[in-house]
Design a protein around this ligand. Structure first.
Ligand SMILES: NC(=O)C1=CN([C@@H]2O[C@H](COP(=O)(O)OP(=O)(O)OC[C@H]3O[C@@H](n4cnc5c(N)ncnc54)[C@H](OP(=O)(O)O)[C@@H]3O)[C@@H](O)[C@H]2O)C=CC1
Ligand SMILES: CC(C)(CO)C(=O)C(=O)O
Length: 304
């Protein structure tokens, strides 16, 4: 099976690199600047799970290539329209599309472009970033991808993917409830990125202190209420589990949005929190904490 990874950034470079390391036929769709960087230095991974220096196959849109069996989208949400346009020539009728972006709003765009049957659900848990040389720096225990059919079925094609991904250094897990998994991850990351960007600290100091728990809990429950009003399959038990997860993760953990802010880069505020606020308006749900979080991100966006 041939795999195309759209974007050799922190997420795509890491997981694509791990697949390549295992011997999977992986190509990265990149733009000129990233191509030059990767040609000069290689795809360099510094990771708590082991370092690697790889020489991947690179493709720049417009270059000739047969359709791929799998196209993994690992770009930021604000680049999705261009990423879809650039990847489209390499998508055939039987190509599986696997997105690893945070959030949910991208699914509609992918379904519209590629058809609902061709798009799998997907997400990842990983703390990874690019350093000033474009090298991948992966810093905590999780390096997990979950993927699956939207219907939850164990079809031949996802079983083939499971086989393809198995035995590589990162953990790829086939899910029979990827829609639920994605909403859970969205609940987790909208809260986690919200508080870490608001307080400009890793999660540890935020969740401790006199008001920490109240704020994290309050924000998570506001977001959950919006998602549930929209029909997300999230039970109260799942909401409690996400809060427990936020209390359990390493104290030093930061969100990727926070790291992007620290580097003065663009952020996915509209895709994550902004989308939730538009739903809150639609369903007339009060979300005072989410508004504070978003307002902070808006101020950053104007300054950046
Ligand atoms: N980093 C993390 O720890 C985690 C991130 N996520 C999610 O994963 C997604 C990706 O994040 P992350 O990897 O951090 O982002 P990065 O910015 O590190 O990587 C995105 C890459 O996509 C590339 N790209 C964008 N548009 C195109 C295009 N048209 N053609 C080719 N390449 C393109 C960019 O290339 P260029 O250099 O040319 O701009 C960049 O290298 C986000 O939705 C994020 O929320 C999820 C879990 C953890
Ligand atoms: C919180 C984390 C690191 C978990 O994968 C994440 O998804 C992000 O920061 O984007």
């Amino acid at each position: 099976m041939r795999v195309l990874v759209v974007g050799a950034g922190a997420v795509g470079g890491y997981f694509g690199g791990r697949l390549l390391e295992k011997g999977v036929d992986v190509t990265f769709l990149v733009r000129e600047r990233r191509k030059k960087q990767l040609q000069e230095r290689g795809l360099v991974i510094h990771s708590v799970h082991g370092d690697a220096v790889l020489s991947p196959k690179l493709l720049v849109t417009g270059e000739q290539a047969e359709p791929f069996d799998v196209v993994i989208f690992s770009n930021k949400a604000y680049h999705l329209p261009e990423a879809i346009r650039d990847a489209k020539p390499y998508v055939g009728e039987a190509t599986m599309i696997l997105p690893l972006l945070n959030g949910m709003a991208h699914m509609d765009m992918l379904w519209k472009e590629f058809g609902k049957d061709n798009v799998l659900g997907g997400l990842c848990f990983i703390e990874t970033t690019l350093n000033e040389h474009g090298e991948i720096v992966q810093t905590s225990a999780s390096h997990d991808v979950r993927f699956g059919e939207w219907s939850g079925e164990r079809t031949e094609r996802v079983l083939a993917l499971e086989q393809l991904f198995s035995g590589c250094k990162a953990r790829f897990r086939l899910s029979e409830h990827i829609e639920i998994d994605m909403w859970n991850k969205y609940l987790f990351i909208a809260t986690m990125s919200g508080v870490t960007t608001l307080f400009r600290a890793p999660i540890g100091p935020i969740r401790s202190g006199e008001y920490g728990q109240e704020i994290v809990d309050g924000l998570l429950r506001e977001i959950a209420a919006v998602m549930q009003a929209h029909g997300a399959p999230l039970t109260e038990e799942m909401v409690d589990q996400q809060l427990a997860q936020l209390n359990k993760i390493e104290a030093a953990m930061k969100s990727s949005m926070q790291r992007d802010m620290e580097k003065g880069q663009l952020i996915e505020a509209d895709h994550l929190q902004g989308y939730l606020l538009s739903l809150a308006k639609q369903y007339e749900i009060e979300t005072p904490l989410l508004k504070v979080v978003y307002h902070n991100l808006e101020i950053y966006k104007k300054r950046a």
